[in-house]
Ligand binder design. Structure first.
Ligand code: C2E
Ligand code: MG
Ligand code: MG
Length: 626
């Protein structure tokens, strides 16, 4: 009998099912749909074989035709079911969940399926067998042809329409699977003794299994945990189908260099075993030393996280600490992108326990908003530089100014740097932002107008991050050269934090610039992080007393003594002093009496745009020189 191919197909399907069922599973919608498709394929093959046997028995040996017709009907109904499951498998993760049109697509495809199955059950069906040729015919069979064609085409169209949302491998596997079906149906149509359709569908399952449903990148070989790729698929699946979940991550921070590879491996294995022992929920290794477990229930998550922390606290033979990130409610974050963004932002936190509560999520969103603000401002040239003049006490004129960055919103409002510099420093945007500021200042200086009005130097703020790599000086040199600016007209303000972060690289870069004529000043002096070491050993010529420090001079006797004493020390070291934050005539007089070289403050001018700054110089410098 012509059932050899079907028997082979059955063997293949059973093999895949065994492998699939034995494997460690991650509960993904696609996997469930795939398993449904395997089951449909299996039952369909059984009925395929059964129908061939019964047709032969009926035609050649007078078996009851009613039962044969029924089995033929069930076979073609199952064949269509298989096509339908194939379409559902392909489209469920692609079609949007919440859009009305997608809901209608689902309703229509269900209805077509239901109607088709009903028609196949009631419409007439016939069968024929001669030699190795066995087939069924009649209206019921034609409905099966039409529906199968509809589902194959719908699957192909859906895959092509959503090709941008899928990895290439998935597209190829899907198209290959449907293509094989089509090809087998065509061959069977031309050569009816080659019953290829059943074999083709099981072969299609093999392709899907190997390519899509058995992804080795989901398993971490050394620990037996799931991987980051698996977490990504899992979390996206949960969000897509609106399932709430909770999660905790645990990260091992080694406290000394004394920890070697073997100790690290032992710690990783110990953690993995502890996580697996916690319960049936899937545990992931998302980085060399970072793990997470996903729960459906937040209370359980808290309890299990506490359990793991207790176990870690009990480990005394390893110089390491654990940090934990808890996400009690996934739906507080508005999708997988925000979820992973959150993870990315706070995973490295040194804090022992970080909880994704409302406040932290709001902070994340604020930072994101600011990130976009900076990006848009950079792209649309809305980064502006304002200038604030310093009063030179000895020369009684304004020959130095500080460049202070501003962002202008689309509606014309100004955003002060306090709102975006800290975020830019954290996320690295300070680099392009700093380059833009530097370029604008150089362009301004290259105009030469300010110099004609008595300006000799502009001070530019540079953050720690801008000096934290080997050759940051190049953007400074590039602009100096591009705009033909005299390097001596540039002074860079650094802070102690900048100086402390990577002292050696910092000093190297400073000296490189100093050789070309650029000078440096130390900003924010007196803000509580002052360390005598820094200004003693740093090649700076100017110290800037921070607003708070000078304010303290007027409000607090002790600060007054410290500031007066510092003045003395700094002058003995041949340094000049800028007093920041001077707002009244009395303060100006007090600073002059104290002997500072420069006074910066709202009393003289707030930071203002280029044009206003030039107007200021024009009126004040000419006035004082006349
Ligand atoms: P900073 O370098 O210490 O700048 C002095 C700050 O004091 C400026 O604030 C200035 O407007 C303010 N100020 C000046 N005189 C007075 C006064 O009399 N009273 C009061 N209340 N404030 C006064 P601004 O412009 O908001 O800048 C804040 C900080 O942002 C700067 O502090 C600096 O650390 C940072 N910053 C500004 N521009 C840049 C930049 O281009 N790059 C980097 N990396 N940081 C920048
Ligand atoms: Mg400054
Ligand atoms: Mg300052």
């Amino acid at each position: 009998m012509n059932i050899e191919l079907q028997c082979c197909a059955l063997f293949i399907i059973i093999s895949i099912s065994v492998m699939f069922l034995r494997e460690k599973k991650l509960d993904l919608m696609n996997r469930r749909l795939f398993f449904r498709a395997i089951c449909a394929c299996f039952v369909c093959l059984i009925f395929d074989i059964l129908s061939i046997i019964l047709i032969n028995l009926t035609v050649h040996h007078g078996f009851d035709p009613f039962i044969t017709r029924l089995v033929c009907r069930i076979y073609i109904m199952l064949l269509v079911l298989q096509g339908y499951f194939g379409y559902v498998y392909a489209s469920t993760s692609l079609l949007p969940r919440d859009q009305t049109w997608a809901k209608w697509v689902r309703i229509i495809s269900h209805s077509i399926f239901g109607t088709g199955e009903f028609l196949m059950l009631v419409l007439p069906i016939g069968y024929e067998a001669y030699g190795r040729v066995v087939y069924s015919y009649g209206p019921s069979t034609y409905v099966a042809y039409i529906l199968s064609a509809i589902y194959i085409l719908s699957t192909i169209v859906t895959v092509i329409a959503y090709r941008k949302d899928m990895p290439g491998r998935r597209i190829v596997a899907m198209l290959l699977w449907q293509g094989i079906w089509l090809l087998a149906a065509a061959i069977q149509f031309v050569k009816p003794d080659l019953l290829l359709v059943g074999f083709a569908s099981s072969f299609g399952m093999v392709i899907l299994y190997i390519q899509l449903e058995n992804p080795s990148e989901f398993f971490d070989g050394s620990t037996g945990l799931f991987t980051t790729n698996a977490l990504s698929a899992y979390v996206r699946d949960k969000y897509k189908f609106g399932k709430r979940f909770s999660m905790f991550t645990a990260k091992i921070h080694y406290l000394t260099n004394y920890v070697d590879y073997a100790m690290e491996q032992a710690a990783v294995m110990r953690t993995s075993r502890a996580l697996i022992a916690l319960g049936p929920e899937p545990a992931f290794r998302i980085d060399d030393d970072t793990f997470c477990v996903v729960y459906d229930d937040r209370e359980r998550m808290f309890e299990r996280a506490a359990n793991i922390k207790k176990q870690k606290d009990g480990v005394t033979d390893l110089p390491a600490k654990g940090t934990y990130l808890l996400i009690p409610d996934s739906l507080e974050l508005n999708g997988p992108d925000e979820f992973f963004h959150f993870l990315h932002t706070y995973l490295e936190s040194e804090q022992e326990i970080t909880v994704a509560d409302e406040g932290l999520i709001r902070k994340l969103r604020d930072q994101n908003r600011i990130k976009e603000l900076i990006n848009d401002a950079l792209n649309e040239d809305r980064v502006e530089v304002f200038y604030q003049p310093f009063y030179n006490v000895k020369e009684d004129r304004f020959n130095v100014a500080e460049a202070l960055v501003r962002i202008r919103r689309e509606n014309g409002d100004i955003v002060p740097p306090g709102e975006f510099i800290p975020v830019a420093e954290e996320n690295g945007q300070i680099i392009p932002l700093g380059i833009r500021v530097f370029e604008k200042v150089c362009r301004f200086l290259s105009g030469g107008e300010a110099q004609k009005l008595g300006l000799e130097q502009i001070e530019i703020n540079v953050s720690a991050a801008q000096f934290d790599f080997e050759n940051p000086a190049s953007f400074i040199f590039d602009n100096i050269e591009k705009y033909q600016v005299d390097p001596r007209s540039i002074n860079i303000e650094i802070t102690e934090t900048a100086a402390a972060k990577n002292h050696e690289i910092m000093i190297r870069n400073m000296n490189r610039l100093i050789d070309r004529g650029v000078t440096f000043s130390l900003d924010d002096f007196g803000t509580g992080r002052s360390n005598i070491d820094y200004f003693v050993n740093m090649p700076v010529k100017i110290i800037k007393f921070d607003n708070s420090f000078t304010k303290g001079f007027f409000d607090n006797e002790k600060t007054k003594h410290v500031l007066t004493g510092m003045m003395d020390i700094l002058h003995k070291m041949d340094m000049s002093i800028v007093a920041e934050g001077i707002e009244t005539k009395e303060q100006v007089d007090a600073m002059e009496d104290l002997g500072v070289e420069f006074i910066q403050g709202f009393y003289f001018s707030r930071p203002v745009p280029e044009k206003d700054f030039l107007a200021f110089l024009r009126s004040r410098n000419q006035l004082s020189s006349s």
